[in-house]
Design a protein around this ligand. Structure first.
Ligand code: PLP
Length: 354
């Protein structure tokens, strides 16, 4: 039986993407060769990389505006470091909204002064700080648009003179935003885009080349841009599957179409959390993430029963992160409304059982 996959990442991908990817592993485009046994310099793979890069910019509405899309390696975690390496001359601002922002801050401190413009650490990151002041003279301001672990999401983005950098690992391509307000966006592929192994970086070229330090080639965005994201052997399988997923999204109608579905899924689950006395939401209502919904049982004694019912219903990946506990339902782009319906049915059944 196919499971209802609520895993936080790596996570569910569209069924048709998995099918096409498995075909390409056996035989790419009828070439008689596998996707993973050909040269990354071959015509077939160069076309894949080019398509993945252009689809990313097209879906974000950032074509012909001075942005470059790169598919790099090292995960979003390497971007914590690369962003500072490439952009920080002396001082950068960070909004601390959770574990991942915290880790980004730790890396940035190796390169200069970090101003924490706001933090929700005092409440174990169950809300998004607001009304904070952004000092002048920052080399950039870093945000995390969706806090995968705590289930909060930025609904509004601050206006600032400094270049805006955003870790969108867990909500990229899920909702319409004016992406041109950002100067650098990065996202590990393994949520809304593909398998683990590649990281999308979308960067405005004009912000690069301004720091005085020397940057090692592999960590230098300009080097990767000059080599069309092929400075070294890219993660060919992850880039191919990302390309397929971006194609799937485009055929579906792009970000606006998936946003509509994502809103329905979130509304369905959050209304159940709010109406059902067996459960309690974790994140502040106004800051709730449409990708990761965090909630707890009002009575922990019901855990065994609930876990058993989830298993019986074929629901996978609902355990909360160890730093929050409880449950986390990740509703990434490829998760169907029907799967959320199955979860909500189990939750209502819990209420009926008392
Ligand atoms: N940033 C966010 C928002 C994440 O959710 C994650 C992983 O879940 C990361 C960064 C780290 O990504 P990676 O494991 O690709 O380094």
């Amino acid at each position: 039986m196919k499971k209802h996959n609520f895993s936080a990442g790596p996570c569910i991908l569209p069924q048709e993407v998995l099918l096409k990817a498995s075909e390409a592993v056996m035989d790419l485009n009828g070439s008689g060769l596998s996707l993973i046994e050909i040269s990354h310099r071959s015509k077939d793979f160069v076309a894949v990389m080019e398509k993945a890069r252009s689809l990313a910019l097209e879906l974000l509405g950032l074509e012909d505006q001075g942005y470059q899309a790169l598919f790099l390696q090292g995960g979003a975690s390497l971007e914590f470091l690369m962003v500072a390496y490439n952009l920080m001359e002396s001082k950068a601002g960070y909004l601390n909204t959770g574990t991942w922002s915290d880790k980004a801050i730790k890396e940035a401190k190796l390169f200069g002064e970090v101003v924490e413009v706001g933090s929700s650490k005092d409440e174990n990151f169950n809300y998004i700080p607001k009304g904070y002041t952004i000092p002048e003279g920052l080399d950039y301001l870093h945000l995390t648009s969706n806090n995968t672990i705590f289930g909060t999401q930025l609904k509004k983005f601050p206006k600032t003179e400094a270049p805006l950098v955003c870790d969108m690992s867990s909500d990229i391509f899920s909702r319409q935003l004016d992406f041109s307000q950002f100067d650098l966006i990065y996202a590990g592929a393994q949520k809304n885009m593909g398998p683990a192994g590649t990281t999308l970086v979308v960067v405005k070229e004009a912000i690069l080349g301004k720091v005085s330090r020397k940057i090692p080639s592999m960590l230098d965005y300009q080097v990767h841009i000059a080599k069309d994201s092929m400075f070294n052997t890219p993660s060919v399988f992850a880039v191919y599957v990302s390309m397929l997923t971006l194609e799937w999204l485009k055929n579906l109608g792009g970000i606006s179409a998936i946003e509509e579905i994502n809103e329905k899924k979130a509304q369905l689950l959050y209304s159940e959390i709010d109406l059902n006395p067996v459960f309690e939401g974790y994140a502040n209502k106004e800051d709730r993430s449409h990708m990761n919904a965090t909630f707890n049982l009002a009575d922990e004694g019901l855990k065994e029963t609930f876990d058993h019912m989830l298993k019986e219903a074929g629901i996978n990946g609902l355990n909360g992160h160890r730093s929050v506990g409880g449950y986390r339902a990740s509703m990434y782009n490829a998760l169907s409304l029907e799967s959320v319906g199955v979860l909500v049915d189990v939750m209502s059944e819990m209420e009926r059982k008392g």
